[in-house]
Each structure stands twice: as structure tokens, then as C-alpha cells.
Design a protein. Structure first.
Length: 507
């Protein structure tokens, strides 16, 4: 494909995408296919001779679309939202075109510097404490990770390194292995499974703290676990507090948990994957009170802030905690931040090696906008993801983004109100943002049957959760284009299916 064909096909593709998104309501939200549907529809090997663009686009409609779950259909109410906006789509085209791999400042200065500035913009939108911002010379700063799971893992690994070094400095004879087998991390029993997974990958124990009646982690339960574990010779080093749990969007009590972490010298990481976006609205910012106690904080603009996947925003108060844990500098990745010479040459590399080392000892590198983000993350490579933030923040403005969040919360309350009006149903957790947990009063079996009917009918799509021993239906306001009429229609449909289920139960 040459550039003139790209111009033509690019315009066709933009039309295809706009048609897809404009017409998405007409597509069944959940596909009819069975596992393995796709393999028989495409050749077993790649074509020897090139196919045409038309053939491929036709096959998208014939082969791909029948197997797509349409997350941006306004009748999609499952999981949590995943962001989708036109400015982000356009920025992603540019990101693909520039196609840089911004592992270091020198690898593409704009990629690094825009990310640092966007993370400061976003941090200011959330009114994060100054300590988390990079500014010009700050010790903190933000980085875009691929996912909240990655952010939790990065935080856990950094905390692990920090505690191991601290204990080894105090007792030089202690081996890393001896320390690691005693390390223990904590999260509430409502935390996302990615927290437990971070423990598995990081080779440390994770303990679930029983949440209270509102599904929140409280001080007393955490303190009790810490005391018990310390008495047994274990070493508490890491706590994950969740703001907006996956099951029911509950909030751990940061103002209680935070001071305990400070007192015990334990790293506090906040996972606000979904709820974090709402903190740009003054009326929801109080949910973040206590963030000042945290060492790291993360949420996903790719969930609810109109920045398409992937864009998970993570801040740390001390960037040296990450860099100290993950920094390795092979010669081929070294550079000088003011390098205007021949970066590939050995001479230049050796010069910059010395420059780099002297900067480290002077404590003057990795400050402000001059950052090598490869030290802040697990992979080496990274895309120019901040372009999506820049386009979205500028084209919506903070007011536009706030209006978007508010609309979703309003729709969730509208649905909650409808549920309250039908005495056959109950609301199962406080509705704070865009998620409503509800169920038919009655057995789990009854609710499992209802969900089965809902998802078999494929007019709307929901997923369930367990709250304690109850099987609960979750309705999350997801699509950018969802309106009151969709929510009302969904509720009517659920009510009809509930009538069928209750009738079947009687027969
Ligand atoms: N944490 C919470 C509270 C979540 O709700 C989710 C996903 O919904 C995650 C973590 C995982 O997010 P990611 O897919 O970005 O790893």
C-alpha cells in the first residue's frame, strides 16, 4: 500500500468506523457464535499472494463482526465501561504513524515529555496532592501503564525491593530469600483478582482482610491482621486499598487505612481502576480523601474517561522507589539527555555512560520532564499513549469530561430508582457511581435463572457478582451513547424476564 492508496483506504476506514459506531445499536449486543467458530472461516495459512483491501474489509463484516461483543452498544451493561471516543481514535492513528518506542527520553523526547505533562494535567484534574506531580523538579510523577493489574504489580515489586533493601541495610547477613518468605501484603476481600495475582507473580503472601457491612476495608480488621502476623514473625510490607471495587463499587476507608500504613511503614497502593475518573468532579472528589497517605495511586482513564484502551494512569510520590527497583542500564539503551551527536556510536555511548553515572551520583537525573520511562514499568517498549489523553482532554475540556461522568451517574440512579419501585427486587449495595447491584428477592437459583434468560435473549448484556453468599446482577452504565431511553428499555426487558422466571418457578 503506497501513500496515495493509504489516503483513499484511510478515508474508507474512517467511514467504516463511523458507520459501525453510528449503527451499533442495530447490532445484537452479544454474538451468537460458539467457541471455535472462526477457524473454519479463514484459511489455515497466511496468503502467499497479497489479498486486496476490499476483500479484507468484506471479511471483517463476514467473519469478525459475527463474533464481536459490542461493548459500545448502548445495551451493553456488563463489567465496567471501556472508553471510546472519536478524539482518542484519531490520536491512535497518529500514534501508529509516529510509531516510536518511547522507552527513554532520547528515544522520542515528545513521547516522554507529553506523558509527564499529561499525567500532571490529569493529577491536577483529580486534585492529587502536589507530591504526586512531577512538575519541573518534583520527586513524584505519573506514568501510563497498560492496565491496573500492571500498576498493582509494579507497586508491589517496588515495595518488595524497598523493604528488602531496608532490612538488609539493618542486618547485612539477611538474604533476600529469608526476607521474602516472611513478607505479607494485604487487600480487602473485595479487591480485584489482579491483586492476588500480583502476589503470586511477586512471590509474596497476600491476605484478604474481611470487609465490613458496606464491603469496605476498615482500620480494625487491618490492624488486627497486622498484629497477628507480626506476632508470628511475618513482615507486613504492602497494602492495596480499592476505591470502587469490581463487584459493587464499594470504597475502602482510606482515612482509616492510610494512617495505619504510615505508622507501620507499609507501602499503600490505591487501586481506583474504575472509580478514579469520577474524582475529576468536585462532588465525588471526597471519595479520594486520604490519598495523601498513599505511596502509589492508579486508575484507568481507559475505563471511564473517554481515552481508549490502553491507558492506565499511575502516580508515585517518590519516583526513586520505582527507578531504584527496576533500573538496569545496558550500554545499548544508554543515552545522554542533551545528546545532539551520534547516539549510535560507541564513543558517544561511553561518553554518555560517564555522564549518566555522574548524574546519578549527583542525584540530578530523572527529574521533571527528563525521564526514562522504561525504569517505571515492566516492558521495555511503550507506545505514544499520551497523545490520546492530549486529544481527549483538549477536545472535551474538563467540563465536558465532568458532564460525561455525571450523565452516567445520573443514569445509574435512574435505574436504581426503577428497581426500587418494583417490590420483587432489591438493591444490594449503595449506588455511588455508575454501577447498580440488584437481584430478585429470593434464592440464588432464581437470580441465576434470571441472568441466564437475560443473556440468552441477547437484547442487553450483564454479568453477575457474589456479595457474600448472594448471587447478584450488576448493571454498569457503560456506553458513551447510552441514554435514559436505553436504561428504561433494559429495565422493562428485565422485568418481563423476571415475570417469566417467577412464573416458571411456581409451575
Ligand atoms: N482493579 C479493579 C478495581 C477493577 O475493577 C479492574 C477491572 O475491572 C481491575 C483492577 C483490572 O483492570 P485492568 O484490566 O486494567 O488490569
Amino acid at each position: 500500500m503506497n501513500s496515495s492508496e493509504f489516503r483513499r483506504r484511510g478515508k474508507e476506514m474512517v467511514d467504516f468506523v463511523a458507520d459501525y459506531l453510528e449503527g451499533i445499536e442495530g447490532r445484537q449486543v452479544y454474538p451468537d457464535v460458539e467457541p471455535g467458530y472462526l477457524r473454519p472461516l479463514i484459511p489455515t495459512t497466511a496468503p502467499e499472494e497479497p489479498d486486496t483491501f476490499e476483500d479484507i474489509l468484506n471479511d471483517v463484516e463476514k467473519i469478525i463482526m459475527p463474533g464481536v461483543t459490542h461493548w459500545h452498544n448502548p445495551y451493553f451493561f456488563a463489567y465496567f465501561p471501556t472508553a471510546n471516543s472519536y478524539p482518542a481514535l484519531l490520536a491512535d492513528i497518529l500514534c501508529g504513524a509516529i510509531g516510536c518506542i518511547g522507552f527513554s527520553w532520547a528515544a522520542s523526547p515528545a513521547c516522554t515529555e507529553l506523558e509527564t505533562v499529561m499525567m500532571d494535567w490529569l493529577g491536577k484534574m483529580l486534585k492529587l496532592p502536589e507530591a504526586f506531580l512531577a512538575g519541573q523538579v518534583g520527586e513524584g510523577g505519573g506514568v501510563i501503564q497498560g492496565s491496573a493489574s500492571e500498576a498493582t504489580l509494579v507497586a508491589l515489586l517496588a515495595a518488595r525491593t524497598k523493604v528488602v533493601r531496608r532490612l538488609q541495610a539493618a542486618s547485612p547477613g539477611l538474604t533476600q530469600g529469608a526476607i521474602m518468605e516472611k513478607l505479607v501484603a494485604y487487600s480487602s476481600d473485595q479487591a480485584h483478582s489482579s491483586v492476588e495475582r500480583a502476589g503470586l507473580i511477586g512471590g509474596v503472601k497476600i491476605k484478604a482482610i474481611p470487609s465490613d457491612g458496606k464491603f469496605a476495608m476498615r482500620a480494625s480488621a487491618l490492624q488486627e491482621a497486622l498484629e497477628r502476623d507480626k506476632a508470628e514473625g511475618l513482615i507486613p510490607f504492602f497494602v492495596v486499598a480499592t476505591l470502587g471495587t469490581t463487584s459493587c463499587c464499594s470504597f475502602d476507608n482510606l482515612l482509616e487505612v492510610g494512617p495505619i500504613c504510615t505508622k507501620e511503614d507499609v507501602w499503600l497502593h490505591i487501586d481506583a481502576a474504575y472509580a478514579g475518573s469520577s474524582f475529576i468532579c468536585p462532588e465525588f472528589r471526597h471519595l479520594l480523601n486520604g490519598v495523601e497517605f498513599a505511596d502509589s495511586f492508579n486508575f484507568n482513564p481507559h475505563k471511564w474517561l473517554l481515552v481508549n484502551f490502553d491507558c492506565s494512569a499511575m502516580w508515585v510520590k517518590k519516583r526513586t522507589d520505582l527507578i531504584g527497583a527496576f533500573k538496569l542500564d545496558p550500554l545499548y539503551l544508554k543515552h545522554g539527555h542533551q545528546d545532539s551527536g551520534t547516539p549510535g556510536s560507541l564513543l558517544s555511548a561511553m561518553f554518555w555512560f560517564c555522564f549518566h553515572q555522574s548524574c546519578i551520583s549527583a542525584g540530578s537525573q530523572e527529574e521533571g520532564l527528563i525521564t526514562d520511562y522504561r525504569h517505571w514499568q515492566l516492558p521495555l517498549g511503550r507506545r505514544f499513549r499520551s497523545l490520546k489523553m492530549w486529544f481527549v482532554f483538549r477536545m472535551y475540556g474538563v467540563k465536558g469530561l465532568q458532564a460525561y461522568i455525571r450523565k452516567h451517574v445520573r443514569l445509574a440512579h435512574e435505574f436504581e430508582h426503577l428497581v426500587h419501585q418494583d417490590p420483587r427486587f432489591e438493591i444490594c449495595a449503595e449506588v455511588t457511581l455508575g454501577l447498580v447491584c440488584f437481584r430478585l428477592k429470593g434464592s440464588n437459583k432464581l437470580n441465576e435463572d434470571l441472568l441466564e434468560r437475560i443473556n440468552s435473549a441477547k437484547k442487553i448484556h450483564l454479568v453477575p457478582c457474589h456479595l457474600r453468599d448472594k448471587f447478584v446482577l450488576r448493571l454498569a452504565i457503560c456506553a458513551r451513547t447510552v441514554e435514559s431511553a436505553h436504561v428504561r428499555q433494559a429495565w422493562k426487558h428485565i422485568q418481563q424476564l423476571a415475570t417469566d422466571v417467577l412464573r416458571a418457578e411456581k409451575d
